[in-house]
Design a protein around this ligand. Structure first.
Ligand code: TXA
Ligand code: MG
Length: 321
């Protein structure tokens, strides 16, 4: 899977201002050299994302932290040592290396070291930072395979590196360490319990923050079909009620639900990490079948279940267009 020639081509493209799709352990990223403002602007244009929404800068290793963050508190060092490379993003006060194009003009920058071998090889070879949002059009479901990226972005990207299906399946957990007490800005692929264990105290989720987190917009991660949330024991009744209204209904949920034979079920296991891994693929599969409504069963609200519930809730939120 790690093809040195492709890695070399990718690095060349990044150096020349290209935009490539890069596999990470969470989701595929739409990557540009973080210090090339024109390339970064192209990322926003391809995604259709407002230029004020900041991007995550991906680094080859924790030793690069202090060239991007002007203050690196002990909490950041502890978390980086424990979880990098991995699905954790740290928000810290920026150095001038993090430009306005990347940070949306904020005084902070989001940093992470991804755990995917292809991403790490590209970053190490480049020797610098790569700005990469998820490689989907703004507001749509994040890609967890190279094929998802091709379907979404097609010829708009210069190169799609195929690193196989993402092992984690949901975006990184974002922890704000830039001021005051640490807070989780986005639940994700690293469980809050793990962050808290390393820091030795509770870390609250700060849902509405003064910073712009596009993943926190209510209607983010939206498939085309409507999404209705259900605890597993409620699913059958929800399905019956929706079908009584003449709607074509599909179910996202675990085995063992009692459903009518002609209602398709897209398997999202009850175990949270397994659910996270397949969530976006199942949302896409279900969506492609043209259902009017998807009844989505919620996993338990612990571990990665918090991130899965968060994404499903956003998929279910009303859209403003
Ligand atoms: O797992 C991930 O994090 C993936 C992979 C590709 O690394 N990336 C990802 O990027 O999810 P994106 O752009 O879709 O989401 C990045 C989030 C956004 O919600 C953005 O607002 C937030 O990070 N963010 C970036 N810089 C920030 C900052 N300085 N302060 C607070 N939030 C920030
Ligand atoms: Mg995204």
């Amino acid at each position: 899977m790690l093809n040195p020639e492709l890695v070399e081509r990718a690095v060349e493209m990044l150096r020349r201002g290209g935009v490539i799709a890069l596999p990470t352990e969470t989701v595929y990223g739409l990557a540009a050299n973080a210090e090339d403002e024109l390339a970064v602007r192209r990322v926003f244009a391809i995604k259709g994302r407002p230029a004020t929404h900041p991007l995550i800068v991906h680094l080859p290793g924790a030793e690069h932290l202090s060239s991007w963050a002007r203050e690196v508190p002990d909490s950041a060092r502890l978390l980086a040592a424990a979880f990098w490379p991995g699905p954790l993003t740290l928000v810290l006060p920026r150095t001038p290396r993090a430009t306005d194009a990347v940070t949306g003009g904020q005084d902070t920058v989001a940093l992470r070291v991804p755990a995917h071998p292809v991403a790490l090889a590209v970053l190490q070879r480049l020797g610098g930072g790569v700005a990469a949002p998820s490689a989907n059009r703004f507001g749509r479901v994040s890609p967890t395979t190279a094929e998802h990226v091709r379907q979404d972005l097609g010829a708009d990207v210069d190169l799609v590196l195929d690193g196989g299906p993402c092992a984690v399946g949901v975006e990184s957990t974002i922890v704000d360490l830039s001021s005051g007490a640490p807070a989780i800005l986005r639940p994700g692929g690293l469980a809050a319990e793990d962050v808290e264990r390393v820091l030795g105290h509770a870390v609250p989720v700060r849902a509405v923050s003064k910073v712009r987190v596009s993943g926190s917009l209510a209607s983010h991660y939206a498939p085309r079909a409507g999404v209705v949330l259900a605890e597993p024991h409620e699913a059958a009744a929800r399905v019956a009620a929706l079908r009584a209204r003449g709607l074509r209904v599909g179910v996202l949920g675990p085995q063992g639900l009692t459903l009518p034979d002609d209602v398709p079920r897209f398997d999202v296991p009850a175990e949270p990490a397994a659910a996270a891994r397949v969530l976006y693929t199942r949302l896409r599969e279900a969506d492609a079948r043209g259902h009017d409504v998807l009844v989505a069963c919620l996993p338990a609200a612990s571990g990665l279940g918090v991130a899965v519930r968060d994404r499903l809730s956003r998929a279910a939120a009303p859209r403003d267009g």
